[in-house]
Ligand binder design. Structure first.
Ligand code: PLP
Length: 436
């Protein structure tokens, strides 16, 4: 049987304000995702299907990406979003964003290429990687991508040699201690170094046009934005003193799609208004914010092991799924996530029902959940209690799986690193843009 899906889609009151419906978008999203899961999973018979047909798969709601865009525009009207492609280079998501007129933050040649292929003008791309591969800089210059970041002296010589007309953004260090994934241990010039960098850029007759920062991915402290904007103003003034015509501030990414977004964006907007007059162009590089909640993944259970503790008199089960930390759950080691399993389909194997102690009682049973590879670290964190009897042939689903998941999946052990995505669209506006 199928459990009624209780997909806790974003609590998106914006759905109400923008579409005029009573949270219509989020409710429709739940319904469409549920239907997509049900129709795909009910067509799979793991006893007879071909290899690959019962692999894990995503359902993506493009309407969710669209709603997040409206929410961005409402709260950060001054900041033009340049989606961080690295976060999830899903082709339909990129296409929707291209149609929405967004810009793109690319970190490599392949990312630039996939955005250009959509017909996006190179002026809408920023190559936001302070230490770039030489051949990629050559490629970007030939493709007309001029905006790029730097944070060190060597990079300036590289740019002078390979892309002397580049429009450069000096990336500065931030206090990212309150973020999920810190980046300032690797990138960003300190306030003590910015003057030397700007002086060298001047000497090399390079064109510095802006400042960039990133407060860390999954940021949680609004004051990090306030401080970074203040530091950026300091560097703007330094650059203007040296004769650069500075025109753009890049506030990076770090935004989450949860309820903290409104507080973060309020702090950022007020700092921008305090330090940067309206003629300064402001761009951002959001990744996670746009896609995290748009993707839900379904995984099937391929095996089960019973664990009895004779001393305690308890029984629990180890469930083995067809996806794990080397696959789409790479967000566990790399992105410090804790995906929560929910039951999509249970009771596939009737044998289990008679074997489960206390099956008829309302008590919950403890399950640990493991990935398909041979490695012991391939495990979903924590143990989980379910009222359902779960085992081979059953399916679980995990929400909020759109950011830093499939892009960092590996083919370790020969398991597929690319999985199907079924697209649904809960917003008519997005469907119209996509020609759906
Ligand atoms: N910009 C740069 C330069 C980044 O390195 C990242 C993430 O690593 C992003 C933007 C996207 O960050 P987020 O997903 O936190 O918005």
């Amino acid at each position: 049987h199928y459990k009624d899906l209780d997909l806790q889609s974003v609590d998106n009151s914006l759905g109400k304000e923008v579409t005029g419906a009573d949270n219509h978008g989020a409710a429709l999203s739940r319904q469409l995702i549920g239907q997509a899961f049900k129709s795909r999973v009910s067509a799979i018979d793991s006893d007879t299907c071909d290899a690959g047909e019962d692999d894990a798969f995503f359902v993506a709601d493009l309407g969710e990406v669209y709603r997040q865009h409206l929410r961005w525009k409402k709260n950060l009207a001054r900041v033009k979003p340049h989606y961080a492609v690295k976060c999830n280079p899903d082709p339909q998501v990129l296409r929707l964003m291209a149609e929405l007129g967004m810009g793109f933050d690319c970190a490599s040649m392949n990312e630039i290429e996939s955005v250009l292929k959509l017909g996006v003008a190179p002026t809408r791309i920023i190559y936001a990687q302070p230490c770039k591969t030489k051949a990629y800089v050559r490629y970007a210059a030939n493709a007309g991508v001029k905006q790029m970041t730097f944070d060190n002296l060597d990079e300036l010589y590289k740019v002078k040699q390979l892309s002397p007309d580049a429009e450069l953004y000096l990336r500065i260090l931030t206090d990212d201690s309150a973020s999920l994934c810190q980046l300032s241990n690797k990138f960003g010039a300190s306030m003590n170094d910015t003057r030397d960098l700007l002086e060298l850029a001047k000497k090399l007759e390079l064109n510095v046009v802006g400042v960039a920062f990133h407060v860390g991915s999954g940021a949680s402290d609004p004051s990090a934005f306030t401080k970074a904007v203040r530091d950026a103003r300091f560097v703007f003034d330094q650059a203007e003193d040296l004769g650069f015509a500075m025109h753009t501030l890049d506030v990076g990414g770090g935004f989450t799609g949860d309820a903290s977004f409104e507080d973060m964006s309020a702090a950022l907007s007020s700092a921008l208004d305090d330090y940067f007059p309206p003629h300064i162009r402001i761009i951002g590089e959001p990744g996670r914010y746009y896609v995290s909640d748009a993707f839900t993944i379904a995984c099937s259970i391929i095996g089960r092991r019973t664990v009895t503790d004779a001393t305690l008199g308890t029984t629990s089960y180890m469930l083995y799924m067809n996806d794990g930390v080397y696959g789409n759950f790479s967000c566990i080691p790399f992105d410090h996530q804790n995906p929560i399993p929910q039951v999509l389909k249970s009771g596939s194997n009737v044998l289990y029902n008679t074997h489960r102690p206390g099956y008829d009682s309302p008590s919950m049973t403890e399950y640990s959940i493991w990935g398909p590879t041979c490695d012991g670290i391939d495990k979903i964190p924590d143990t989980h209690l379910f009222a359902e009897v779960l085992g081979m042939g059953d399916w679980l689903y995990f929400e909020h799986m759109g950011a830093y998941t499939k892009c960092s999946a590996t083919p370790f052990n020969g398991f597929p690193s690319a999985h199907d995505t079924v697209y649904v669209c809960s917003e008519p506006g997005a469907a119209a843009l996509m020609g759906l």
